[in-house]
Design a protein. Structure first.
Ligand code: 9YW
Length: 416
């Protein structure tokens, strides 16, 4: 066996805390939502039972209203901030109060395909959980029915300190009721992490929503950060397609019709976010009404769920090539060379294996198999050279952030 494959499986085993996988030891000692979806797809390649367990354990944290939280705090740990006492969500199984990109149903379809016929019984409760979550997205995060879902916290994007939030986040006060006692910078170099000011604003938002009792309608009203987001909607639409497929397979015709209508709404809304002058798709800041023009990876993720017209696809892929030119590792999360580009600082420039995974699938969907193959090789080479780091400096190739990282291991297994 390829020694890297072996190593990837060992990382997933080492990060197992009893049917769920922590992203990495100490820095992230709980179960994270979209990490677990990627990890489940990794497990599906060699241990289908464990793959299902990963999703089942995540769903233990699902709220009555359908939201699947971004963190499920199955067991206490002192190595992460903010913990359950800051979130104050009062759930039997402690969780955070916000969500994360809905990769779940994409994973569920992959698991079902890997398990083969006869696995319907096991996916049924997971299918129900996904359906409830998708309904939550459309009711709680798109109450006006625009087709684009909104984030109320940068952590919900999974791209915490992306330049995409710079303008919207600047309106959020830095004052907090909760002392900000960061733990992350004790594990990882502070230069690779979000800044203190970002954390103060992140916690200000947590305080605000906790004061709303985590009621979605109250939060929507009080939110000082509200972005109708293109990457999340693109993922939701792909997951929606997979959910519709599963609904039909399970004989749930009414569900399938309902999901198809939501998918259609998102598809049309996303197309309207194409900006030919930028050669990217854009999010919308719902507080100012402005386009989010920051040059980040999010603008390319619609490849994953749209069958683009040739002209649009050509422009988008040409722009991707401009961004990747002369880099050691593609694909950068911020356009190289612009003022907000920081090649080592988390979501402000580095390349991430799971983002590449989404882009590779999107490029293939749109017929760009050669470009997808280049990106696949770049990702594999980065991991084989530097190890299973959280992310990579695209200029030097250096592995950064947490090490022995679960989703990088899962991505390797999937892409290799
Ligand atoms: C946080 C676990 C998570 C990822 C996010 C990433 C980071 C920090 O780590 O979040 O405190 O939640 O930005 O995408 O799921 O790997």
């Amino acid at each position: 066996m390829n020694t890297h494959t072996d190593q990837a499986k060992r990382i997933l085993a080492a990060n197992d805390r009893g049917g769920y996988t922590v992203p990495t030891d100490r820095l992230y000692p709980f179960q994270w939502n979209w990490d677990s979806a990627f990890v489940a797809m990794g497990f599906a390649l060699y241990d289908i039972d464990r793959a299902y367990r990963e999703l089942e354990r995540l769903v233990e944290g699902q709220w009555a209203d359908g939201m699947i939280p971004h963190i499920v705090f199955h067991a206490p740990s002192e190595t992460y901030f903010p913990g359950p006492n800051v979130w104050r969500t009062n759930h039997t199984i402690p969780t955070s109060g916000i969500t994360q990109p809905p990769v779940f149903a994409i994973a569920l379809r992959k698991l079902h395909e890997a398990a083969g016929k006869g696995a319907e019984e096991r996916i049924l409760p997971l299918y129900e959980a996904a359906l409830k979550w998708h309904r939550w997205w459309y009711s709680a995060r798109d109450p006006e029915g625009t087709g684009l879902v909104a984030l109320l916290h940068p952590w919900e994007s999974g791209s915490d300190n992306s330049p995409a939030w710079d303008i919207a986040l600047a309106r959020v006060p830095t004052t907090t009721d909760t002392p900000v006692v960061r733990k992350d910078t004790g594990h990882v170099d502070a230069d690779m992490r979000p800044r203190d000011e970002d954390y103060r604003r992140f916690i200000h938002l947590v305080d605000t929503y906790a004061a709303c009792g985590w009621d979605p309608a109250k939060q929507w009203e009080k939110a000082s950060f509200k972005v109708a987001e293109i990457q999340t909607t693109a993922i939701l639409l792909k997951a929606g397609e997979d959910l519709e497929h599963l609904a039909r397979l399970l004989g749930r015709t009414e569900d399938a019709i309902e999901i198809a209508a939501l998918n259609d709404r998102s598809r049309r809304a996303m197309m309207a976010q194409w900006r030919p002058d930028l050669a990217r798709f854009v999010s919308r800041d719902l507080i100012s009404g402005d386009d989010v023009e920051a040059a980040t990876q999010a603008g390319f993720i619609p490849l994953l769920s749209l069958d683009l017209d040739r002209q649009v696809a050509e422009a988008l892929v040409s722009e991707m090539k401009v961004w990747s030119k002369d880099l050691k590792v593609a694909f950068p999360t911020t356009k190289p060379g612009i003022a907000s580009w920081e090649p080592k600082r988390y979501w402000r420039g580095p390349a991430w294996a799971i983002i590449n995974w989404l882009l590779i699938d999107g490029l293939k969907r749109n017929g760009y198999t050669d470009v997808a193959e280049e990106l696949r090789q770049s990702t594999i080479a980065a991991i084989e050279t530097e190890g299973f780091a959280e992310y990579f400096d695209p200029v030097t190739g250096q592995g950064c952030g947490g090490l022995g990282f679960s989703w990088t291991a899962a991505a390797y297994l999937w892409l290799e």
